[in-house]
Write a protein that binds this ligand. Structure first.
Ligand SMILES: [Zn+2]
Length: 392
């Protein structure tokens, strides 16, 4: 099926509902988008009547799903994760590591480069989460691996792997601004995460090249008091610095509805990105015990109330969210229209990760990464470069 048309569906892209359109797809690319039902006799027809057609979702922060985590370092596991995410509409994802030792990290980096086709969502490059985090804001990251950034630690990582696209770091740590500049020079997104930074630290970080807040509102300060004085924190900095993008875990739990609305109201639409931050338990039933991080060295978690907790319930341990759920949450609880919520899961993540020229929109010349879903946003079919990778 290298030539087909999708007709009858309402096309949602670019922040708008284009109404009923016909999409022509050829050789993995979108050839045309036209209003109404267009005759195209040489094209196989996919009928999307009564459904939405959207660009494939892009998840820039995910650790796993379907019982597997990227830190397991298994090729089979990576493919299961890619297929599971495709069932929920993801067509491009950025496998995310946890704070670990370099030995474990290298095992995954080396394996990633040998993966090839996934059979599900494509991999766009890697997101390293840690180990340069503030101890007090570590959340579920294992404290024994936390350290300050030093060229001796990060240069071997950057030199070993050409696929690193993003690194999440606490920018107030000694050496973190230098690392930010190194990442910016290499075209790698420097993100602010698990951090004790105050407003002034974020201003400096932004000047050094940091452009994104990892899981905004989680593991970072709002305004705080130190002695007699109050200080603006990371949260206020994200609202005051227009250029910084914020990533929201879109499960409605990590960031509850009023905060989603606050973000929608106060950040430019182009700067809001939805991510799952999903761990291996994504898509698994309530009450399931699971492990965050590697099976060998990770931490036990339990899935309850639509989220994963560390075993002692002291904090969330990554989400079990899937992509269509986050679009639905932002739309139904977060004060966004459906087209706006779709932009947050498609165009915006494509832009920040350097894929804005070919992914994230339904537009002639773009990759045919597409999702067909019901009016309730249940994913029915997912296409990656014109290949149907899921038919639920
Ligand atoms: Zn994460």
């Amino acid at each position: 099926m290298n030539r087909f048309k999708i007709s009858g569906g309402r096309v949602i892209t670019g922040g708008a509902d284009l109404g009923e359109c016909t999409l022509l797809v050829e050789e993995g690319c979108i050839k045309g988008v036209e209003k109404g039902n267009v005759e195209a006799p040489d094209y196989e027809t996919i009928d999307a009547t009564g459904r939405y057609v959207m660009p494939g979702f892009i998840d820039i922060h995910t650790h796993g799903s379907g019982g597997h985590d990227f830190m397991d370092c298994s090729v089979e596991g990576c493919k299961v994760i890619a297929k599971e995410h495709a069932k929920h509409g993801t067509t491009l994802m950025f496998p995310t590591t946890m704070a670990s030792d370099n030995e474990e990290l290298f095992r995954f980096l080396d394996e990633y480069e040998t993966l090839g086709e996934t059979g599900g969502a494509a991999f766009g490059g890697l997101h390293l989460e840690g180990p340069y985090f503030a101890y007090a804001f570590r959340g579920a990251q294992d404290p024994k691996y936390l350290k300050n950034p030093s060229p001796k630690g990060y240069m071997p990582v950057l030199e070993r792997c050409k696929d690193i696209k993003r690194w999440s770091i606490a920018p107030e740590l000694p050496g973190a601004l230098e690392l930010g500049r190194e990442l910016a020079k290499r075209g790698i997104v420097a993100a602010i995460a698990h951090t004790d930074a105050l407003y002034d630290d974020v201003v400096k970080a932004h000047e050094a090249g940091y452009s994104l807040m990892t899981h905004f509102y989680s593991r970072m300060n709002g305004f705080t008091r130190r002695g007699a004085y109050k200080y603006a924190g990371c949260i206020e900095a994200a609202y005051l610095i227009d250029d910084i993008s914020v990533e929201l875990i879109g499960d409605g739990i990590h960031v509850p509805a009023p905060l989603l609305k606050l973000v929608r109201k106060n950040k430019d639409l182009s700067k809001i990105i939805l991510c799952t931050d999903s761990m291996r338990g994504a898509g698994m039933p309530e009450g399931t015990k699971s492990v965050l991080g590697s099976l060998e060295k990770g931490q036990e978690v339990v899935i309850e109330n639509g989220v994963a907790f560390l075993a002692d319930r002291s904090c969330f341990a990554g989400s079990v969210c899937t992509t269509e759920r986050m679009v639905k949450t932002m739309w139904q609880q977060g004060g966004a229209t459906l087209p706006e919520a779709v932009v947050m899961a498609t165009e915006n993540p494509a832009n920040i990760m350097g894929y804005g020229h070919c992914k994230g929109k339904i537009k002639a010349g773009y990759d045919a990464d597409l999702v067909i879903c019901s009016k309730e946003l249940d994913v029915e079919q997912t296409f990656v470069k014109g290949v149907r990778v899921c038919h639920n």
